[in-house]
Ligand binder design. Structure first.
Ligand SMILES: O=C(O)C(=O)C[C@]1(C(=O)O)C=C[C@@H](O)C=C1
Length: 178
């Protein structure tokens, strides 16, 4: 008698397991990080600073409020988003440096910063939900290992370069609670 093939669909636990809980946080962080190229291109040559403390406060206030509404820890939420912002700025700074050094590499199109921020807002909302839904996985001892595996997978499938790989690790630094 043939043994039926087991697929993930047969295993209800799979959709709630640690990898399934943590992988979206890495995916969303990579998506958020990809906006850094657009933000940098929107600002470069305009005199607009990479650091925008008012916008950062708005982002952090919004995610703290959303955390409270979702019954999640607002402090942990803010900590994770501070890292997301730091990672974004690290990419922007490096791109500015490269564009200063080689003006022929400056993007020809200047994206609309307000539109890029709308995209960032959407990702922030998804990230808040993912973070709120992953409290158990984030506080478990296996969190770091699982997150590293998820990150390695993304690095490979998305062919992230050294800049983006390093920034992704930076973005995820506080995801696993001590
Ligand atoms: O919105 C911007 O201006 C960004 O550069 C993005 C971002 C963020 O990661 O959310 C990063 C740095 C700024 O200080 C504010 C916000």
């Amino acid at each position: 008698v043939a043994t039926p093939v087991r697929t993930n669909a047969d295993a209800p636990a799979a959709s709630h397991g640690p990898y399934a809980r943590l992988r979206p946080l890495a995916d969303l962080s990579a998506r958020r990080l990809a906006t850094a190229d657009l933000v940098a291109a929107a600002k470069y040559g305009t005199g607009g600073p990479i650091d925008d403390p008012a916008r950062e406060k708005q982002v952090l206030d919004t995610v703290a409020r959303a955390a409270r509404e979702a019954g999640a820890d607002p402090q942990a939420m803010v900590r994770i988003f501070r890292d997301q912002i730091e990672a974004n700025k690290a990419v922007q700074r490096e791109l500015f440096r490269r564009w200063d050094a080689d003006p022929s590499s400056v993007p020809r199109e200047r994206p609309d910063l307000a539109e890029v921020r709308e995209e960032i807002n959407r990702i922030n909302g998804e990230l808040v939900r993912g973070i709120a839904a992953s409290a158990a996985a984030r506080t478990a001892p296996y969190c770091g290992g699982v997150l590293t595996a998820a990150t390695a997978h993304i690095r490979h499938t998305e062919r992230l370069d050294a800049l983006d790989s390093g920034a992704l690790a930076r973005a995820l630094r506080s995801v696993c609670a001590a």
